[in-house]
Design a protein around this ligand. Structure first.
Ligand code: NAD
Length: 492
């Protein structure tokens, strides 16, 4: 592993506002939050937090806007979303800076996520005027005709996490508003800067006030949004503990929810795999990219016994070449983890894995960088081998740069281990035998399976898991259908 520390980027932090209707407020009734730069460990900005009063105002603004937005010509909704996509593209460089400021993701990684965000926004712009319903019966013997309407819910409450502050907005807001809903969005308080720019661009694009409201806020603001009676559906990305609280809060009124949660996704390497490609993908995508802070990352590598030692040697070499350092510096591949709490939590996971008998292959501790970065939340890319599939490391999401490697005997054994957690977000398989790849894809109990390093989050393929990984879909036609309900009409 090497480190990088040089940067020439403008590091001034932008002001953050509450965006309600046509208003931009500099203060919120829940006080303020000290945003900490994860690369230095120092406070870099104080941001306002929305309280229940501002949630109330934002929901009212969204409810008022819904009355005309639901009747706005679909082609006009599409035009505004296309304009927004163009503006995101024009501001891609600034989104890179904002993303790195938000959570320490390196500029190169943010650039790729910004590209995906543009694609998601354009894709759902395209859907706005292509939503159709169906005739459910032709004239029947008793003379009744049936058909369906596909209608927006009204105000959608959107709550997102901090690891992809722009892509999470782009996966939820465009389909929701393309379908004719209006939204109140609560980004994570840990990542306010990308959301602020997104809100500015919504205004520049010319969306009517109240269609998209963005409120920086904390857990309490999120809870107030969930409980608001005028919010008709919740779309959430975050952890299962919060998701469970949201489900409980929604239960009394049967408020529907989409939950995009975490994972402990298995990456199965068979002995006939292209090992250079499979080890590169499996290592970079678990202990390199976003410092392991990705919900769908392949965090358990299951390796056939005959290639086990060879794979361990390859993974070790790749992990040790990952450049960890200043997110603003050219050449950095992995930045810090998001905050001190995450740093400490991940170190505890590493200590527990050692105590449970896993063999440390590389990494295993914090990374001390020089100068300003000395206080940053940096970790070594960490790989464990001989991980017991029943151990905590194999069963629980780490959300940090820690890979668990376990050997398996044959296909049935690999599937047994892969399907042994309570999560079900993604599955990965590497083999030259296409029939085996397809067979394993069918047997994995996950929302998606990627064979031989296929890309994650293409906009036209539904994404979303089972079990502790959540409920509902984002992406493709399924993603917009989450924001439409079906009404059946009968004519006598
Ligand atoms: P979290 O659940 O703590 O927080 C997520 C959001 O919920 C934040 O905005 C937070 O302020 C808000 N929140 C907290 N308590 C709330 C409550 N009671 N009511 C309403 N809102 C509340 O999650 P986190 O630690 O920020 O994120 C990490 C998790 O997100 C991981 O499990 C990761 O796998 C998951 N994730 C999933 C996806 C996906 O698409 N499946 C994508 C990214 C991250």
């Amino acid at each position: 592993m090497s480190t990088s520390t040089e940067t020439t980027v403008d590091l001034s932090r932008p002001e953050v506002h509450l965006h309600i209707g046509s208003e931009r407020l500099s203060e919120g009734s829940a006080g303020s939050f000290e945003h900490v730069n994860p690369a230095t460990g120092t406070v870099d900005k104080v941001i306002p937090l929305a309280g229940p009063a501002e949630v109330e105002r934002a929901v009212n603004a969204a409810a008022a806007a819904f009355e005309s937005w639901k009747r706005t010509a679909p082609a006009e909704r599409a035009r505004l979303l296309h304009r927004l996509a163009d503006l995101i593209e024009e501001n891609a460089g600034e989104f890179g800076r904002r993303g790195a400021m938000d959570n320490g993701t390196p500029l190169g990684t943010v650039a790729s996520l910004t590209g995906k965000s543009i694609a998601w926004t354009r894709y759902y712009a395209g859907w706005a005027d292509k939503i159709t319903a169906e005739v459910t019966s032709t004239l029947t013997a008793d003379g009744e005709l049936g058909y369906t309407l596909r209608q927006p819910y009204g105000v959608i409450g959107i709550i997102i996490t901090w690891n992809g502050p722009l892509i999470s907005l782009a996966m939820k807001i465009p389909p929701a508003v393309a379908a004719g809903n209006t939204v109140v969005v609560k980004p994570s308080e840990l990542t306010p800067f990308s959301a602020e720019l997104f809100a500015d661009l919504v205004e520049q694009a010319g969306f009517p006030p109240g269609v998209i409201n963005i409120l920086p806020g904390d857990a309490a603001s999120g809870a107030a949004l969930v409980e608001h009676p005028a919010v008709k559906k919740i779309s959430f990305t975050g952890g299962p503990v919060t998701a469970s609280k949201i489900l409980t809060a929604c239960a009394p009124t049967m408020k529907p929810v989409v939950l995009e949660l975490g994972g402990k996704s298995a990456n199965i390497l068979f002995e006939d795999a292209d090992l250079t490609a499979a080890c590169g993908f499996g290592t970079i995508m678990s202990v390199g990219a976003m410092s392991g802070q990705g919900c769908a990352f392949p965090t358990r590598m299951l390796v056939q016994e005959s290639i086990y030692d060879q794979v361990l040697a390859m993974v070790e070499a790749i992990a040790e070449q990952i450049v960890v350092g200043d997110p603003f510096a050219e050449g950095t591949f992995a930045g810090p983890v998001v905050n001190r709490a995450a740093l400490e939590r991940i170190q505890d996971v590493i200590a527990k894995a050692k105590a449970d008998g896993a063999r440390l292959v590389t990494g295993g501790g914090p990374l001390q960088l020089p100068g300003e970065l000395a206080g940053g939340f940096f970790l070594q890319p960490t790989v464990f081998a001989d991980v017991d599939p029943a151990s905590e490391l194999a069963q629980h999401e780490v959300f940090g740069p820690v890979l668990a490697i376990t050997p398996f005997r044959d296909e049935a054994h690999a599937l047994e281990i892969a399907n042994s957690t309570r999560y079900g977000l993604s599955g990965y398989v590497h083999t030259q035998d296409l029939k085996r790849g397809l067979r394993v894809a069918e047997e994995l109990v996950t929302g998606e399976v990627l064979i031989n390093g296929a890309a994650n989050l293409p906009v036209n393929r539904p994404f979303g898991g089972l079990g502790l990984s959540g409920l509902g879909k984002e992406g493709g036609r399924a993603g917009i259908e989450e924001f439409l309900f079906t009404k059946g009409i009968g004519i006598a």
